[in-house]
Design a protein around this ligand. Structure first.
Ligand SMILES: [Zn+2]
Length: 118
């Protein structure tokens, strides 16, 4: 179901961007000096309906079919969740920084997919 494609230059750019975001997140955490509410599970919704709930402490990757038939690849790794890949036009979901705190939300509006941390 989940089609694997090769490691492209775009993937490398994405990984670099994610590392920068992760570093920034760590810096921000230290800067504020407050331990944030760590999330325990990932709730994936499609068009408002819960598709699945996954524990945040189990690394896995899930292909999610959106409302309009588009796809998103939701990746859970290292107690963080992010959308690794999607075929939506804006790719805002893919550009979103990895989320790890309770209440954080990553959405793909074109596909009506919401990844929420709880
Ligand atoms: Zn998207």
């Amino acid at each position: 179901m989940l089609k694997r494609i090769g490691f492209t230059r775009n993937d490398l750019i994405l990984v670099a961007a994610l590392l920068v975001f992760a570093a920034f997140g760590a810096w921000r955490g230290v800067n504020i000096g407050v331990s944030s509410a760590v999330a325990e599970k990932v709730i994936i919704r499609v068009n408002g309906e819960v598709l699945t709930e996954l524990p945040l402490d189990e690394d896995r990757e899930l292909g999610v079919t959106g409302y309009d038939g588009g796809f998103n690849v939701v990746t859970i790794t290292n107690r963080e969740v992010y959308i690794r890949e999607a075929d939506c036009p804006d790719l805002l979901c893919v550009k979103h920084a990895p989320a790890s705190e309770r209440g954080e939300l990553i959405v793909c509006l074109p596909h009506r997919i919401a990844v929420e941390l709880e």
